[in-house]
Design a protein around this ligand. Structure first.
Ligand code: GLA
Length: 653
């Protein structure tokens, strides 16, 4: 089943809201990141300790295989084990593809009256427990574990699942009474997770969200009498009608129970609410990965949409917590073995963004050309670099992008130069894009061609066919001899307060023609909240960082009334930055004070700076500091959010 945003919206709009006491009681985790709805004084108060919660087992972006893009609900044990065996045989497992994940379609029904979930044994015969009414995935999970895989299962945060809300002609759906068909986790969080993680031994869970948007009282699904109505909390293209706090609370409860059931932290929690409900901001505090957009499709323009939904979220990703642009669709449609340029680009883009690499193809019959893409060891190594820095956009137009990812080696970066357009392009990569000295030689290796290129100084050119990307690993002399820009270490940054006053849809994301709707209607509008969030090497509204006419190629752009934490771990001697109200700020009447805290102590601050003030140089000793906090505090309240720049913000040794 493919569910388009338009379809989800329609279902949600015809649904009626009603309240349920169970929802009001949903526990909200104590350590939620703070948003601007709280009084500014609270969100700006330095915590002195690292505020991000740590849970689960995802130090690197998860890699593996999932049944959905290959088989939809037509999954069965033979297909799954066949792909698992192919992963072993092809060497992909040893490259890191270690999760084998079952998606929608596995369930038969929720047994009554005990509520125990039952597996569809016609497709998973090993789940049949001889001489008993029970079913169990334990034998299958044991087989996967014996092959040195980890195993993943799927559920929905509501009472019913996506395949039920948006059935396809061939969907294998749960059977029985209305209650028996309630296979989602709602009201059964403890019971289901104990079954999946303790009795059956799963290690990974993907929790979908259709239960929160497809079962409104007026939805076709409910009107048909097959389902109980459930409050519509998600309106996919209307963040103002989406119940952000409730949705977040429901997902947080799942995380809390997982932490309890697996005290050793051996679990992965994948949030799948398609980038709605502002999950692009809170996902990292709740899940190990969170979908940033609606479903990927094997279409070029849909892939661009999924990619764009993560490409500007570099400050939200890092070890343990990954932006998820959805699973790979390599092998199908625009990314099949007749379209290797597109397939390689899809893979390179996912790798440079530290996206989870989850294969969605029937690997029992994969051609060599595709195995070579998933198996491109040097590209996988970029995705899996231990530093966990997501790539940062260093050149951006609608036609081309240059994305640079700082690797663990101080003087090493990975780069994707990407031709989005339909015409050939001669692209130029400069030392400035890499934050390397233009005068020193830069070594470059072409990761698809697996060959070293001649070293260059200043800049190099590459010819790109339409939709082609070149992926390089480069080594040079960093611009900052004794330090690093903050924008080179996004994984060390935690956005404790983003300064966003009102949630707004991010307009930068590609808007493809709908798969089913085509050009009927008026077309998709921006839908994913996140506009105005802090950025590396850009203002929050996609302008170049600039103070009184002076551009900064490196720095952090953020709204005022924000607080960013930076993990310095006593590894640096000084912090320095040029700060001020950015030239692009629409709000010019307010003043902003910049404060730098080390482990909760004020180390340096600027006066309250107005628009007429030139950039102020901040400098602070940080030798013994573990957590640096950068606060931009607005003095006076303006009509529009003030855009501020931490220009050339750097940690020096
Ligand atoms: C949603 C998810 C997909 C897949 C299907 C299953 O659309 O986003 O990834 O899990 O449901 O029905």
């Amino acid at each position: 089943m493919r569910v388009s945003a338009a379809k989800r919206t329609l279902a949600a709009c015809v649904g009626m809201l009603f309240t349920m006491s169970a929802l009001a009681q949903t526990p909200i985790h104590a350590q939620m990141p703070i948003h601007a709805q709280m009084p500014a004084a609270d969100v700006l108060r330095p915590a002195g300790t690292w505020s991000e919660t740590n849970f689960g087992n995802a130090p690197l972006p998860p890699m593996g295989w999932n049944s959905w893009n290959a088989f939809a609900t037509q999954i069965d044990e033979e297909k799954l084990m066949g792909s698992a065996q192919a992963i072993v045989k092809s060497g992909l497992r040893d490259l890191g593809y270690r999760y084998i994940n079952i998606d929608d379609g596995w369930w038969q029904k929720r047994g009554q009256p005990d509520g125990r979930m039952q597996i569809r044994t016609s497709i998973f015969p090993s789940a049949l427990v001889v001489g008993s009414q029970e079913t169990s995935f334990r034998p299958l999970v044991d087989r996967l574990h014996a092959l040195r895989f980890k195993a993943g299962i799927y559920t929905d945060i509501g009472r019913n699942a996506c395949s039920q809300g948006y059935p396809q002609a061939d969907s294998l759906l749960p059977t029985g009474t209305v209650a028996e068909r309630e296979v989602g986790i709602f009201d059964h969080v403890d019971q289901d997770l104990s079954l999946y993680f303790q009795a059956w031994g799963f290690d990974y869970i993907k929790v979908d969200g259709c239960g929160l948007n497809a079962f409104g009282a007026d939805s076709p699904a409910v009107k048909s009498g097959q389902f109980h109505a459930f409050p519509v909390m998600v309106v996919s293209d209307a963040i103002n009608q989406t119940e952000v706090a409730k949705i977040r609370g429901l997902y947080a409860e799942v995380r809390d129970v997982l932490e309890r059931l697996r005290p050793d932290g051996d679990f992965v929690f994948s949030i799948c609410n398609w980038g709605t409900a502002n999950v692009r901001a809170w996902g990292r505090d709740t899940g190990n990965l969170w979908r940033t957009s609606d479903d990927i499709e094997p279409r070029w323009t849909q892939m661009l949409y999924n990619f764009d939904s993560v490409a500007t979220r570099e400050l939200y990703s890092g070890p343990g917590h990954w932006n998820d642009p959805d699973m790979l669709f390599i092998g199908h449609g625009d990314f099949d073995d007749q379209h290797l340029t597109e397939a390689r680009t899809h893979f390179a883009l996912w790798a440079i963004e530290d996206a989870p690499l989850i294969i969605g193809f029937d690997l029992r019959q994969a051609p060599r050309s595709l195995l070579d893409i998933w198996g491109a060891a040097e590209i996988v190594a970029v995705d899996q670099d231990a530093g966990g820095n997501q790539g940062v956009i260093e050149y951006s137009s609608d036609d081309a992008l240059i994305i640079v990812k700082q690797l663990s080696g101080r003087d090493e970066k990975a780069v994707v130069i990407f031709n989005r357009g339909s015409a050939p392009l001669k692209a130029t990569l400069t030392a400035e894009h890499l934050k390397f000295l233009p005068s020193a030689p830069i070594q470059a290796r072409d990761l698809w061609a697996k060959r070293d290129l001649p070293a260059f100084t200043k800049e190099m050119s590459v010819d790109l066919a339409p939709r082609e990307s070149v992926m390089l690993r480069v080594k040079g002399q960093p611009e900052l001899a004794g330090g690093m820009y903050l924008s080179e270490m996004p994984a060390r940054i935690y956005v404790a307060a983003d300064g966003v006053r009102d949630l707004q849809a991010d307009p930068q994301i590609h808007r493809p023609v709908g798969l089913e709707s085509g050009t009927r209607g008026a077309g998709p509008r921006p839908a994913l909240a996140g506009w105005g969030a802090p950025r590396a090497d850009s203002t929050p509204y996609n302008n170049q960082l600039r103070l009184r006419g002076h551009p900064y190629a490196s720095g952090i752009g953020v709204l005022a009334n924000s607080r960013l934490q930076v993990r310095t771990d006593r590894q640096f001697a000084r912090f320095s930055a040029q700060v001020g109200l950015d030239d692009s700020s629409l709000e010019r009447a307010t003043r902003v004070r910049f404060e730098v805290y080390g482990d909760g102590r004020l180390l340096a601050q600027s006066p309250a700076l107005g628009f007429e003030d030139s950039a102020f140089a901040l400098d602070a000793g940080v030798s013994n500091v573990k957590i640096l906090e950068l606060v931009a505090r607005e003095v006076g309240v303006g009509h529009a959010p003030s855009v501020v720049t931490w220009g050339a913000a750097a940690l020096l040794r």
